[in-house]
Design a protein around this ligand. Sequence first.
Ligand SMILES: Cc1ncc(COP(=O)(O)O)c(C=O)c1O
Length: 460
Amino acid sequence: MSKQHWSAAEKRRLRRDAAKLVIPHFASNAELAKEPKIFVRGKGCYVYDLDGRKYFDSFATLLTTVCGHVRSEVTRAVQRQMEMLEFFPNYVDAFTVPLIELARKLAELMPGELSVSFFVNSGSEANETAMKMARQYHVERGQPHRFKFIARQDSYHATTLGGGSVTGLTWFREYFEPLLPGCVFTKAARDCDRPAGMDSKTYGRRCLDELEKLILFEKPDSIAAMIMDPIPGSNTGYPLPPEGYLQGVRALADKYGFLLIFDEVQTGFGKTGKWFACEHWNVVPDIITIGKGFTGGFIPLGAAITTPKVADVFQKKPGHELRSGSTYGGHTTACAATLANLAIIEKEGLVENARRQGEYIRKVTQRLYDHPIVGEVNGIGLLWAIKLMADRQTKKSLDPKLGVGSWIRDWCYRRGMILRNNGDILILAPSLIITRKETDYLLGMVEQAIAAASRHFWKR
Ligand SMILES: Cc1ncc(COP(=O)(O)O)c(C=O)c1O
């Protein structure tokens, strides 16, 4: 058992060195100046900090721990693999048994014809790979002029330079211009943005018309692929697409001959109450990218999975192989851990649990509208977002300078719950093992926090 108690002096040193010797991902110097948070232990939906305080993690450890923390099944699988062969790279013509078994499992789980995997270490790399696959696919088919990518406003795909180029949020792009040439953006197409009085199907059609105009303006035979998340992630609060939108995008990709990439890094592996979000609309992309919950947070792993039609181009003849790779992509022990993670999801019926808890959350969150600052609640399965607003009718935002979302996050943290907020969007996205009792706890805590914020900021 590793160390569980630290003296006051050791804690001070750990906190000092954390802030001094490490640049955290997406760092907040303002938060760091208060005190770095250091976590030392986890179990199920809970983590414990350096002082032994216990927290319910309503963000599933950055949306990864579908099966919760510290699962003995995974620990045993990792130990077995470590003792046999911890790692051999998946390069040139070399494979390992867990990697092949994982590819088989993915072929079984994936919708449609998606069945051929390229393994990487993260969701970002999966998206980089998908983009490269799309470009090389067209080059190999004699259409090198197809180099552009269509992406969506407000989307998040990576902070790498390729993935960043198709990310539609300014914060991730602004210091790094010029990015990859030929990345163009269409409307986000969120049903919650639908004008009052317009039905969902009509709004979907309107978004598709705009997309088609963009395709024609850019010239259809210059487009390699469209990359999109069927349900955009926590950055924008899980807005669902309007009716017919995803089917329409698929039809446009087929009509104009570009590939469709679905980024399911955040939405895959049961989070929406189905294995993959795209299954809610029966739309299958040409490439799907995965990460996060795929490996359950145990050891990093991602993948870009494509159809035999696309993979054939790279697999058939010498000289046409996909020009991509890394040392650790498809790490042997990561594959063993991921197989164990997927086995738990299946054995414990976690996809069904996400669906069931999601239906309950849908009902219970209706009562949040009693609070005037709750503007919108969007989501599905175990991915939910509460958008705080100054005025629900006009959708007027709260004054960002007030920092209401962060105040609520801190209120919850002081009471033992980790809550992710993106400005005034509050995210509820726990592990798929969550019980009804824990769901009630989570919803109760958020509601109390919203009520406390209303009293604090508006004395109501
Ligand atoms: C939708 C989506 N795509 C891609 C990524 C990038 O994945 P990673 O952080 O594992 O590189 C993320 C991460 O938040 C994501 O939410």
